[in-house]
Ligand binder design. Sequence first.
Ligand SMILES: Cc1cc2nc3c(=O)[nH]c(=O)nc-3n(C[C@H](O)[C@H](O)[C@H](O)COP(=O)(O)OP(=O)(O)OC[C@H]3O[C@@H](n4cnc5c(N)ncnc54)[C@H](O)[C@@H]3O)c2cc1C
Length: 396
Amino acid sequence: MSRIPRIVILGAGYGGIVTAIRLQKELNYNEADVTLVNKHDYHYITTHLHMPAAGTDKPENARVDILKLIDEFKVDFVKSTVTQIRPHEKKVILEDGTLSYDYLVVGLGGEPETFGIPGLKEHALNIRSINSVRFIREHIEYQFAKYKREPDRKDYLTFVIGGAGFTGIEFIGELADRIPALCKEFDVDPELVKIYNIEAAPTALPGFDPELVAYAMDVLEKKGITFKIGTAIKECTPEGVLVAGDEFIKAGTIIWTGGIRGNHMLDEAGFETMRGRIKVSEFLRSPQFDNIYIVGDCSIVMNDEGRPFPPTAQIATQQGEVCAYNLIASIRNTEPKTFKFTNKGVVASLGKRQAIGVVGSRKLKGNTAAMMKKIVDMRYLYIIGGIPLVIRKGRF
Ligand SMILES: Cc1cc2nc3c(=O)[nH]c(=O)nc-3n(C[C@H](O)[C@H](O)[C@H](O)COP(=O)(O)OP(=O)(O)OC[C@H]3O[C@@H](n4cnc5c(N)ncnc54)[C@H](O)[C@@H]3O)c2cc1C
């Protein structure tokens, strides 16, 4: 390859943006042409989205302009939607053009996995992007307004959240905090509002420390959440959900947080996937194409027991660092680095000043865990935008 190698990064989520930022820092002048493609001109902080979705924070606080994070002299930013990946031709097709690459990084994030449950795809909302959370926030307020016009329709005030993983639990914590303000604004008796969290697995927050899970459920039950754990959703309709035991819960709002899969374009491109995710090599490469790296929710990395790590922002960020390193190694013909995930701790928010977490061997709960969540958030802001971004976006 005598000309300058072209690196194309698809997606400016956690994995993609960190790859781009590391490349712009480490690459020498004219060592590679780097292009970052994203469908919006902002990066969103997905781990904050449960707040604007519930209406306890503004969507603006969960987004950062991409041009504030990258140096345009070193990375070309293309605001466009990727429609196809053609790995054999080393091309990606955008809605408005085509890009050729020598090295490709796929960081397009995940998509909701509905496990074939009828009606979920059509009738449930998902917390996935700035646009989706704007919609959810407006939808929630609209249910209160509708109830005031049709007071016999109490189901407008019923909320079903499918899935008691991280996203579901963090969202119900925020929603429960928002309800008193909404009731006040719309003159609604708070007793009429029902929030159900429905989970098919035998526990909420599977994989989390059981003592902390019990604490979280206690906190959330006191905020008015009704849990239905070990209860599968069998069908979703425009009116509500049918759950195991043939109980039908009528609800004006159904939000599905119960599963995530990789981007559908990977299957369409002929990659071997497991639910749209690619089991990457130790160097984060596609096993089929040595010049394609996969980061974040589109990838699968196995733990020491041979089970996939859950897709998280933490793992995507660490992959971004190693992916950039290995791209540079490929260009310079030096040794690549093996990716090894270092778990820096996990914290789940339960709403205002409440959280649970495990950091090292320490279990945290309550306000201490909530403070730890803020530290984790600020650390990420620091990684992508340094102190100026921490000051601008960090909520102290
Ligand atoms: C509400 C919520 C709370 C969460 N909380 C936590 C948490 O506390 N801790 C944690 O570690 N993880 C958390 N996660 C998981 C974490 O957010 C994801 O694992 C992480 O965002 C994955 O990063 P990624 O780089 O794969 O993709 P993403 O961050 O999802 O970014 C993908 C990017 O690709 C872009 N894109 C997608 N399709 C196209 C296309 N066709 N063309 C162009 N651009 C495209 C998107 O606009 C986006 O910018 C949470 C997730 C959610 C939804």
